[in-house]
Design a protein around this ligand. Structure first.
Ligand SMILES: Cc1cc2nc3c(=O)[nH]c(=O)nc-3n(C[C@H](O)[C@H](O)[C@H](O)COP(=O)(O)O)c2cc1C
Length: 209
């Protein structure tokens, strides 16, 4: 659907890019969704945000015989994932950093499709011990390859400063840390959302490959 008209609400898919048991992804995604719901565009009814949790999509490792660019999907799970992604005008990708890059589940979910991503604006929110900056850098390159228009605004959450840990547990990987981002993180996310809205409305040119 053409969302370039001011009165059409923009739908943003907030992709939760991890799937392991006990992950922090849904907590970070929920914080992002709630923060985005407070953006002026959302409060004015011009923006809706929905979580797209890759753990719920249950995609196998890529098993399509034909590369996604040809759009010749042979499996129902691919067609289902295609219709999920097609429903959104823009995306915020919430990615942790795994060994200096994105989780395999996120790369796999992106690799499944092509036209469904192409030309759509995307923002990156990373988290990790040091904010997940290397994962974010890799993700920007990957998203560029499927023709997405990655906005410059980004958010990095650091495990040791944007989460609150029970006393003495900061080095315990299983400890339950409460998400408590510094106020700047919400401001950074608001900038990203404004850029996404402007990009969908056509205020920012979409790069052509
Ligand atoms: C396999 C693995 C590799 C990781 N590698 C990094 C890393 O390279 N840099 C970093 O800052 N944090 C790293 N971490 C810490 C994660 O960013 C942190 O545990 C985060 O909560 C993982 O996201 P998740 O909880 O949604 O799975 C790693 C964690 C895992 C499980």
């Amino acid at each position: 659907m053409d969302r370039t008209h001011e009165n059409e609400p923009i739908t943003v898919g907030l992709v939760v890019g991890s799937s392991r048991p006990g992950r922090r992804g849904p907590t970070v995604g929920k914080w992002a969704a709630e923060t985005m719901a407070g953006h002026p565009a959302a409060r004015a009814g011009g923006l809706t945000v929905e979580l797209v949790d890759l753990a719920e999509q249950r995609l196998p490792m890529l098993d399509e015989p034909v590369p996604a660019r040809f759009g010749d999907y042979r499996h129902d799970h691919t067609r289902r994932w295609s219709s999920v992604v097609s429903a959104y005008d823009a995306f915020v990708f919430v990615t942790p950093e795994y060994n200096s890059s994105v989780p395999a589940v996120l790369k796999n979910a992106i690799d499944y499709l092509d036209a469904e991503w192409r030309g759509k604006p995307a923002g990156v929110l990373s988290y990790g011990s040091r904010g997940g900056g290397q994962a974010a850098e890799h993700l920007r390159v990957i998203l560029g390859e499927v023709g997405m228009a990655v906005v410059p605004g980004h958010v990095e959450l650091r495990l040791f400063t944007d989460f609150q840990w029970p006393a003495g547990s900061a080095t315990d990987p299983t400890a339950h840390a409460r998400i408590a981002p510094a106020p700047e993180r919400a401001a950074e996310l608001a900038i990203m959302v404004t850029e996404l809205v402007d990009a969908v409305r056509g205020a920012v040119p979409v790069p052509v490959r």
